[in-house]
Structure formats: structure tokens, C-alpha cells
Design a binder for this molecule. Structure first.
Ligand code: SF4
Ligand code: SF4
Length: 402
């Protein structure tokens, strides 16, 4: 469980080596040692565990000014799960910087998929707070849940059966990702089951330190899926994938009867392009005719192959030209709702990424994170940002047109 007391021993494993400094997007902007993971850990230890220092507004600001990008966790030489310790500290200090709005979004909208009207209300509240309309994702005219549901049969000879976990980004903002996911899977012989009643994976609530709300969402989802009858659980979102693979089990008590199911999910979860690349395409797309680059999402550490898959699936198609960015894994600064609370910092982080993309002169940017997708789109004028599975689906369309 993400309780600070469970991290008391591991927090002392930080050797202060400083490897995490070079990969922290916040430190690289602010250049303040207080924002490097080793200092955040030291402060959490002093204030919340040893209680040798008081909890001040500055301490809470340092806790808050973290993207939870996991770059420090991924690079840590001592394997300290820095992101989890920061989340546990936020839970302990009762972080709630947007107050009523955040509680409203977390407790209502993300737990009740059908209430899309609430999403619009949340959006108008955010706009009242001064966040420009262009900086807010626009709701799709029809959520994915109204486009596909139930069981969608495989085309041709069936290779297997997968369950599809539909994240909030795909359901509310980018149903085109979900449509492409279903089309490509079924085209390649996979029957797709979409269990009804799915809710948010819980990562936004967890990031806020609202562990009770996150646990409720995790339990709702775990109870919906019959894992015995599927070969894999598919997600199109790298953040949902990380949540399912690495955090579902940690949201539950060790003795919770859902533990077994949480661990079974962890063994079966795949990001869509990672799954397709590992299984192989039985139906080959022919051509793409597009130049593109790949913005690698921060939440990539849960699968060793999730960043290779889009490159391999698309990069070798006739007409495809993959132009790598100088630093493809650089954070875009969005980080869930972070960009709303820390607009200046997020915009500064994003500006470096946007400069690199514009200099590449590609037509398209691919990324497997819906938040990166809308946040980069909001600042790019000449390039579209899309999910790699959408480009793959387009490559199939090119086949049928030939
Ligand atoms: S999670 Fe990201 S932003 Fe937070 S301390 Fe680690 S590297 Fe920095
Ligand atoms: S890389 Fe890990 S061990 Fe080294 S300073 Fe950062 S948190 Fe501590």
C-alpha cells in the first residue's frame, strides 16, 4: 500500500548520488536543488517520518511541484520509488491545490463514466480560473463508450481474445484512438471484449494523494473483467498501463481479496502497439507516406518494449519516414492536471519539446499518452499529434485504396 510508513526503510537507500538530477524536468527549469528527487526524499523523511522539521507551505510547494513523471524512479541507482514516496507524502499532507474543482472531478466524473455533462462543467470551471480554452482538451462529440461496446468479433481466423481497458482520455477526448485500436486488433484476428461500466484507472486521484478515491476506481475495474477468458488486457494509454501494471496492487491492502486479480492484471496488461509488435501482424499494412517523429511518454518504465513498438510497427512501412528528436524522452510538461496548476513551469518545459518538433519539420507527432497529445497539439501549428495505432489504422486504409 502507498503508505509512507511502508517506505521508511527504502527512503534511506538514497545515496545522494545525484543521478536523478539530470532527468528531472522541474530541476532542469528551476535549477533549484530543492526540486531534485534526493532533496524531496530528504525533506519527506525529516518532516513526515522523523518529524525533525515542521511542515511548512514551502515543503508542501516542493511536494506539489513534481510532475510524477517517474524519470527519477527510472534512473535511480538505488531503485528508490521516488514517485510513490511523493504520492504517499501527498496523501499524508492532504494535498488539494484546486480544492473544490479537483474533488469534484475526482470523486464524481472519473468514477461515473456516463456523466459526460460533468466533464463539460469541470471544463468551464477551469476556464473561469483563467486557463485558456486552447489549453483545455475539447470533449469529443460522442464518447468511445457510445461507439463500441460488448464483444467485437475477430475478422478472419481468430487468433485469440483480448479485453480492452478504455482510459478516460480515449473515452472522452480521443475516441479515434479507441476506434483504431478495435479496428487493428480485429483485423489481426483478435476478438475484443469491452466490459461495460469501466471507470478511470485511478491515476489522477492517486497523483493527488486521494488514495481512497483511487482505490475505489481500482476495485470497480477489477470486479468488471473476467481475466480467465482473455489472453491479454489492452490499453492504448501508457499512464493507464503503468497504473495497472505497477500500482493497482499497491492501492489495495495486502489481504484484500482483489489482490490476486490485481496481480493477474499486471501479468496481462499491454499497451496496444507493444502487444501488436510482440504478437506480430497477421494482416500487413502496405504504406504510410508520412514523415513523423515520436514523443516518448514519461510513463514508459513499466514495459521494456513499449517505446520500441511504435517505431518498429510504423518506421519500416513503405513511405514512412521516422525522424528522431534529439531527446525523444523529454517531458512535455503536461502531467495530468499539473499544467493547470503550474502553467508557467509547464509551458517552459513544453517550449523545448515544441522547438525540437518544429525543427524536425515532420508532418505528424506520435505518442501513446492522450495528455501529451492534447498539450503538444495546443502549442503546435504545423504538425498534428496522434496515437501510433491511428497511423497504423491509416496504413491499412492505404492498402485498401491501392
Ligand atoms: S517525478 Fe519527475 S518531476 Fe518529480 S522529482 Fe522525479 S524527475 Fe522530478
Ligand atoms: S538517483 Fe536515487 S539514490 Fe541517487 S540521489 Fe537520486 S533518488 Fe537518491
Amino acid at each position: 500500500m502507498l503508505k509512507l510508513e511502508n517506505y521508511e526503510a527504502i527512503i534511506n537507500k538514497c545515496s545522494h548520488c545525484g543521478y536523478c538530477q539530470a532527468t528531472c524536468p522541474v530541476y532542469l527549469e528551476d535549477m533549484l536543488e530543492s526540486h531534485v528527487a534526493r532533496n524531496r526524499l530528504n525533506l519527506i523523511n525529516q518532516v513526515l517520518i522523523l518529524k525533525t522539521m515542521p511542515s511548512t507551505p514551502r515543503f508542501r510547494e516542493i511536494l506539489d511541484r513534481c510532475l510524477l513523471c517517474t524519470n527519477c524512479t527510472q534512473t535511480c541507482s538505488s531503485k528508490v520509488p521516488v514517485d510513490e514516496i511523493i504520492i504517499a507524502a501527498r496523501a499524508e499532507t492532504g494535498k488539494s491545490t484546486l480544492g473544490g474543482l479537483k474533488s469534484f472531478v475526482m470523486s464524481k466524473m472519473l468514477q461515473q463514466r456516463g456523466l459526460t455533462g460533468l466533464m463539460g462543467k469541470a471544463g468551464s470551471l477551469v476556464q473561469k480560473m483563467g486557463v485558456a480554452a486552447r489549453e483545455m482538451p475539447q470533449l469529443a462529440s460522442k464518447p468511445f463508450s457510445q461507439i463500441y461496446s460488448g464483444t467485437i468479433p475477430a475478422q478472419g481466423e481468430q487468433r485469440g481474445r483480448v479485453a480492452y481497458f478504455v482510459g478516460c482520455g480515449t473515452n472522452f477526448l480521443y475516441p479515434d484512438t479507441g476506434i483504431a485500436t478495435v479496428q487493428v486488433l480485429t483485423r489481426n484476428g483478435w476478438e475484443v471484449v469491452i466490459p461495460a461500466g469501466q471507470v478511470c484507472c485511478g491515476i489522477p486521484a492517486m497523483a493527488e494523494g486521494d488514495l481512497a478515491a483511487a482505490r475505489e476506481m481500482v476495485a470497480t475495474n477489477l470486479n468488471l473483467f473476467d481475466l480467465d477468458n482473455v489472453d491479454a488486457v489492452i490499453t492504448d494509454c501508457t499512464s493507464c498501463g503503468m497504473m495497472i501494471k505497477e500500482k493497482f496492487s499497491k492501492m489495495l491492502n495486502p489481504e484484500d481479496p482483489l489482490q490476486e486479480k490485481a496481480q493477474a492484471w499486471a501479468g496481462k496488461i499491454y499497451e496496444i502497439t507493444d502487444f501488436l509488435q510482440q504478437q506480430g501482424l497477421s494482416d500487413r499494412p502496405a504504406s504510410l507516406y508520412a514523415s513523423f517523429t515520436y514523443h516518448v511518454p514519461c510513463h514508459r518504465g513499466w514495459s521494456p518494449t513499449v517505446v520500441d513498438a511504435p517505431r518498429e510497427l510504423l518506421g519500416n512501412l513503405p513511405g514512412a519516414e521516422l525522424r528522431e528528436l534529439p531527446d525523444p524522452e523529454k517531458c512535455c510538461g503536461a502531467a495530468g492536471t499539473f499544467f493547470m496548476e503550474h502553467r508557467d513551469l509547464s509551458e517552459r518545459i513544453r517550449s523545448h519539446r515544441v522547438e525540437q518538433i518544429e525543427a524536425s519539420e515532420v508532418q505528424t507527432v506520435i505518442t501513446q499518452c492522450p495528455v501529451c497529445r492534447f498539450y503538444l497539439s495546443a502549442s503546435l501549428n504545423s504538425q498534428q499529434v496522434t496515437h501510433p495505432v491511428i497511423m497504423l489504422a491509416q496504413a491499412y486504409e492505404n492498402v485498401s485504396q491501392e
